[in-house]
Design a protein around this ligand. Sequence first.
Ligand code: BG6
Length: 455
Amino acid sequence: MNTFPKDFLWGASTSAYQVEGAWNEDGKEPSVQDVRPPVPGTTDFKVASDHYHHMKEDVQLFKELGLKAYRFSIAWTRVLPNGKLNPAGLQFYQELIDELLANGIEPIPTVFHFDLPASLQAQGGWSNRKTIDAFVEYCQVLFDNFGDRINYWQTINEQNMLVFAGAAIGGEQADWKDVFQGNHHMLVAQAKVMKLYHEGHYPGKIGPAPNIACVYPKTEAPEDMLAAEYMSAIRNWLFLDAAVFGTYNTMAWHILETLHAAPEVTEEDREIMLAGTADFIAFNYYNSMTVSGANTKGGGAKDQQSGFSLPGFFQMEQNEQLQTTAFSKWAIDPVGLRTTAHQIYSRYRLPLLITENGLGQEDILTEDGQVHDDYRIDYLNDHIQQVYLAIQDGVELFGYCPWSALDLISTHEGYKKRYGFIYVNRDDFDLKDLKRYKKDSFYWYQKVIQDNGLA
Ligand code: BG6
């Protein structure tokens, strides 16, 4: 029996635009996700899993599953549509938080998960400095309204993937200079918000939620090791060094200068970044990366997990040691999760929370309402085993929130690619009855939580 620490937060995750639906109800403004054309072969996000109208039923299912925590995101576009406070939007999250607490589930909100208000995007989005102030104003509203009841806040989900895979997840393709200026504004916005939170003396903790993956050298060649270091610097440490140390990672900065993409950083920005730093680190992990240092031809990111190359620094490679997922051909690497946790903890010495990890696959609902997703159970089991071992190694890791609590729309591959413990009866082109069914993984995870570990 692999028993976890007594108060370990067994959780599950979602994000607002992927699960809520009700994209234009009760005063909500469209986000960049609502206005983007659907990816060919998929549908849009407008109904998603209709969680907005099934919230109480869903929370009851989370309770039955035994969740100790639920990690969700708040839609900026509900709370401050076109910059104006919307009580009906706030009310939804008020009720969700109350419902979770009443059922013994720790609410863990992410403030921003890929769904920038469309009106801000029309003014340049994150490349416009004014978006920093809009974000700070939005977060102040959240702290004012929910600050007394939230113990763990996450600022920005996968800022690094917004930068490297922005086009796949609803952003706009821009040149590196523009992308990294926008990235800098996000870092300043995040620092301002963390400072604001600390100065408000709220009872909880706040931190970032990037996608972090350990990077292997393709071979034992020293150049491959150096390439792996470069990729880690630009993909991982740039984002965490800024959030935890309040400074830019030096190797990452060198890459940015070489790409003519170094952002303009004012003295005031520097001070803000140093003054607003994280209390804990939430991170998402799906797979590891592998790179080589020779023949670095380049090549952009196809999606959040597939890797990318930078000419002169590193070339993404296939890892022949690892199997890949059926749906997206992402490497499956549970040991990589343990290594990633080690690397983060030894660099930053802050408590860690895993906020995403999971298997997206097509599921089949049988005629008698069952889903036999043993592939998902295997994937999660192997990763939880490594979480356990990471804790044994001394990593301060206080929770695991796999993706996803219930089926939702994938960022760029539609509804067919499912992640949930709970099946939602719809497909890409037919909304059906949106009825919820418990998958085999639901019962399996329920037992893991009851036993506080793996048998
Ligand atoms: C993460 C995102 O990158 O990966 C989620 O934070 C996303 O929003 C998840 O859904 C899985 O990726 P995908 O592309 O299969 O939905």
